[in-house]
Design a binder for this molecule. Structure first.
Ligand code: IPD
Ligand code: CA
Ligand code: CA
Ligand code: CA
Length: 267
């Protein structure tokens, strides 16, 4: 394993220990709402602090973009993009579907990725140019050829309803033209599932950088494609993301096209 990835894994496992311990007594947590339906607890903060401390010890001059602690030194050559607990709503309900997502961007390029599921102890990792792995096993996207036969993941809007109508239009077509849709509730884990070939594709509107950075690299290293709703780059910035095996990717882009408002097109 690349030495930088080893440190990222160490950081993710430390966060996992904090989250697992807290999951034993979720009733004791102080829940705060950042905006409508956007919850955060001391666990999110403690997990992020542990990740940043681990990485800062090893790399004092690196920058950080963390969901809970914001941006530090983001013009550095090396910037870590961190979601310490992706799927907080699931976590708060005791639903064991959440993860830790950590990615490294070097001179603007994603180079290292970790998505760690502390419930199943599933560790998804990738290093640019070296493939994607689940624990010690190499993973690849699926080779399903038709959207009609595909299992597709998604995320439903739940706090920002700007694009609700467009989303529902997409959803309706996907319901009719796929083998099934899933909405487990942790975007980074959803993307890891595309990399593992468990889903054939995934799409969601308006995710944040920390939701998609690690999962995006995992998929590319597993032979899949990641794009915005027109199949272009820019998904990391806009958070409008389509990801799939190459054949299903093209069919998803085609299906989404009639539903794109000006705001949802490539910028
Ligand atoms: C959320 C989850 C969810 C997605 C939301 C994200 P959080 O992240 O990934 O699946 O639909 O858009 O914000 O807030 O639990 O880290
Ligand atoms: Ca959040
Ligand atoms: Ca998230
Ligand atoms: Ca989070």
């Amino acid at each position: 394993m690349h030495p930088i990835l080893t440190n990222a894994v160490k950081a993710a496992r430390r966060a996992g220990t904090i989250i697992n311990r807290a999951s034993q007594d979720i009733g004791a947590l102080q829940i705060r709402s950042k905006t409508y339906n956007d919850f955060v607890t001391e666990v999110d903060h403690a997990a992020e602090a542990a990740i940043i401390e681990t990485l800062k010890d090893a790399y004092p001059d690196h920058g950080f973009i963390g969901e809970e602690s914001g941006d530090t030194n983001v013009h550095a050559d090396n910037v870590w993009i961190i979601d310490p607990l992706d799927g907080t709503t699931n976590f708060l309900h005791g639903l064991p579907q959440y993860c830790i997502s950590i990615a490294l961007q070097q001179q603007g390029q994603l180079t290292q990725a970790v998505v760690y599921d502390p419930n199943r102890n599933d560790l998804f990792t990738a290093t640019k140019g070296r493939g994607a792995f689940l624990n010690d096993r190499r993973i690849r996207v699926s080779n399903r050829a038709k959207l009609q036969d595909s299992l597709i993941g998604t995320g439903l809007p739940f706090r920002d309803f700007t694009h609700l109508e467009a989303y529902l239009g997409m959803f309706k077509d996907m319901v009719k033209k796929t083998a099934g849709l899933r909405r487990p509730g942790a975007a980074a884990l959803d993307l890891a599932y595309v990399a593992a070939g468990w889903y054939d594709g995934f799409w969601e509107i308006g995710l944040s950088k920390w939701d998609v950075a690690a999962g995006g690299l995992l998929i590319q290293e597993a032979g899949g494609m990641v794009g915005d709703f027109e199949g272009n780059e820019g998904w990391l910035e806009t958070g409008n993301i389509v990801a799939a095996n190459p054949r299903v990717f093209a069919q998803m882009i085609q299906l989404l096209a009639p539903h794109l408002t000006e705001q949802l097109k490539s910028r």
